[in-house]
Write a protein that binds this ligand. Structure first.
Ligand code: ZN
Length: 274
């Protein structure tokens, strides 16, 4: 079994300091949080950007600053969000992709998201795929529902996405696929044979989904974007705390943790080829 890639989703596009005072907001705070997660064992940082007042933004300049600050601190793989927040336009959402980060998320279809609709029409999927390929960015398909796997596969079939395929099962969002073992196994069955996958369990589902993914050969995403609690009623003080727990679980299950450079090999990231 390959080494385990841990992704830290440290900010998200919806969360506020009202929910957790530990949410990083400025590029420096975000980079500090990413650095601690990297020290704890994360190989990928999934990042969103915030304005100084904490409101979510896809502003290219702020992302550029976050990326610069992270690169000063560590060699973690930076994955920008192209999801942004549910109310943002497609054009706005794609702005950070034009910085040519190593990876970006690519949500593979439309889904209810709590009380909102997270719009990702077929035209948008084509446009997002084209933009990522044009800027040399490896997509991570965000899968909120079973049918999205087929949407992703059809982008590949049409030649809109080339290279290694990596999927993130986002499980337990109200309105999307429930976080159950059966659902996870079913989605794994539907993947192209040489692809890799990770799982992001939302809220209280984060820990059990991580615990399932480790012996199944998948990878794990944790962080404030998905879950702010260490345990019921107790906020996690940092993203690193959530990463450390996954590292401990993996050690018990005798699965080694991938460094960023090992993760680059496993995901065959474009820059790894040159
Ligand atoms: Zn995100």
């Amino acid at each position: 079994m390959s080494k385990l890639i841990i992704t830290a989703a440290v900010v998200g596009g919806e969360l506020t300091r009202k929910e957790t005072p530990h949410l990083p907001i400025t590029p420096q705070e975000i980079a500090d949080e990413v650095y601690l997660a990297w020290k704890a064992g994360a190989a990928i940082a999934h990042v969103h950007a915030r304005q100084a007042d904490g409101s979510p933004t896809q502003d290219r300049a702020i992302y550029a600053e976050i990326i610069r600050e992270i690169k000063e601190r560590c060699d973690i793989i930076i994955q920008v969000s192209s999801g942004g927040s549910t109310w943002m336009s497609a054009e706005e959402r794609l702005d950070p992709v034009t910085l040519s980060p190593e990876m970006a998320s690519l949500t593979a279809g439309t889904v209810n998201f709590g009380r909102d609709v997270f719009m990702n029409s077929p035209e948008m999927l084509d446009a997002f795929a084209e933009k990522m390929m044009a800027f040399g960015v490896a997509p991570e398909f965000e899968i909120f529902e079973v049918g999205m796997i087929e949407n992703a596969r059809s982008l590949v079939k049409k030649g809109k996405i080339t290279g290694h395929l990596h999927f993130d099962f986002v499980m337990g969002v109200p309105g999307a696929i429930p976080a159950t073992a059966k659902n996870l196994l079913h989605m794994i069955d539907l993947l192209p044979s040489d692809s890799t996958w990770t799982v992001a369990g939302i809220g209280r589902h984060e820990l059990p989904m991580a615990a399932l993914a480790i012996p199944l050969g998948g990878h794990v995403r944790v962080g404030f974007e998905d879950n702010i609690y260490y345990r019921k009623g107790q906020l996690a003080k940092s993203n690193a705390e959530l990463v450390e727990r996954v590292v401990r679980l993996a050690r018990e299950l005798e699965r080694e943790i991938a460094s960023p450079s090992e993760a680059r090999q496993l995901l065959d990231l474009p820059r790894n080829r040159s």
